[in-house]
Design a protein around this ligand. Structure first.
Ligand code: PLP
Length: 318
């Protein structure tokens, strides 16, 4: 919907971090855009704002920022660059609901922001999402696009006496049943976020000393950022070490996962970039070393203790 509302057309360029889920890119690629992949910072794993301006061309039609793990990108710098070039920002806030940057909620910086309620998120209805619109000029058309290109919302409000097909669109609405399931969680957001805070702090408190000793990097939350406790990850020293740890955890019935495969090197990413493949060395390096620990609302301290023991028992190669 964001790509439709921004009138993205074939040949337009959209700047997107390479270290993200395919959804961030697909939305724009479906309109014919060429993704221009950006590298990330090695500390927060967010897009490296110092490289942003150099990627802007007269064809740049949007900048997608992803608040990785719900820790905000450097929004002051990014907003300044985008503002000077008059390029809209779309926040992929899949991880960041209830996160903040300098006291301001994530999802309120760009002209639009997207939320995911996929099963992996803090708040979930299995599959689903939301579009947050911060610029009123997009609201009327958004209502039409989400209703299969019809003016049905106006009909429901009694503003027209029948509804008809007025624009392109699709069925971007969740079912009432899923929305109710999600709404109950949003009502309990404080309880849910407190549980997640406890889980995150347990991992951090129990792994900090070990990580320092072993040269393992833990998530970094800059002082300007309030995180929504979406995930906890380790950055090991190499791909081999990460794979060995996954195996060892699995042997103790502990499921740990990694992501993202760099989009600039993916089959589709390469096809879209042609001979202009982006250089994203930090993304490639992080993607090999990142490991996500079990993290869900009802994870108990007892199970976390098992995870921590399995990790601290891990025999490093060196
Ligand atoms: C950065 C990011 N964007 C988007 C999504 C999800 O998008 P969707 O709700 O389309 O599955 C995810 C993960 O699932 C994600 O990590």
């Amino acid at each position: 919907m964001a790509a439709l509302l921004l009138n993205i057309r074939p040949g337009d360029e959209v700047i997107i971090p390479s270290f993200t889920f395919v959804s961030s890119a697909n939305a724009f690629v479906l309109r014919g855009a060429v993704p221009v992949f950006m590298d990330i910072r090695a500390d927060t794993l967010n897009l490296d704002e110092s490289q942003l301006e150099a990627l802007i061309t007269p064809r740049t039609k949007a900048i997608v920022v992803v608040h990785y793990a719900g820790v905000a990108c450097e929004m002051d710098t990014i907003m300044d660059i985008a503002g000077r070039h008059q390029i809209p920002i779309v926040e992929d806030n899949a991880h960041g609901l209830f996160g903040r940057y300098k006291g301001k909620n994530l999802g309120t910086f760009g002209c639009m922001a997207t939320q995911s309620f996929h099963e992996t998120k803090n708040f979930t209805c299995g599959e689903g999402g939301a579009l947050l619109i911060n610029d009123p000029q997009y609201i009327e058309r958004a209502e039409i696009i989400r209703e299969k290109g019809t003016n049905r919302s106006r009909f429901f409000r009694g503003q027209v006496d029948k509804y008809t097909w007025v624009d392109v669109g699709s069925s971007y609405l969740p079912s009432d049943v899923l929305a109710a399931f999600l709404y109950a969680q949003l009502e309990a957001r404080e309880t849910i976020q407190l549980k997640r805070k406890r889980i995150w702090e347990y991992y951090h408190g129990h792994l900090r000393g070990w990580a320092e000793e072993r040269g393992v990097q833990l998530p970094m939350v800059p002082p300007d950022c309030e995180q929504p406790y979406h995930m906890f990850y380790l950055l090991l020293s190499s791909l081999e070490e990460r794979q060995r740890l996954i195996k060892e955890l699995k042997a103790r019935d502990i499921n740990s996962v990694f992501h993202y495969q760099p989009l600039h090197l993916s089959t589709m990413g390469r096809r879209l970039q042609g001979d202009k493949v982006s250089a994203c060395p930090v993304t490639e390096n992080i993607s090999d070393r990142l490991l996500r620990l079990p993290f869900y609302n009802d994870l108990t301290e007892e199970d976390q203790a098992r995870v921590v023991t399995a990790i601290t028992d891990f025999a490093f190669a060196t």
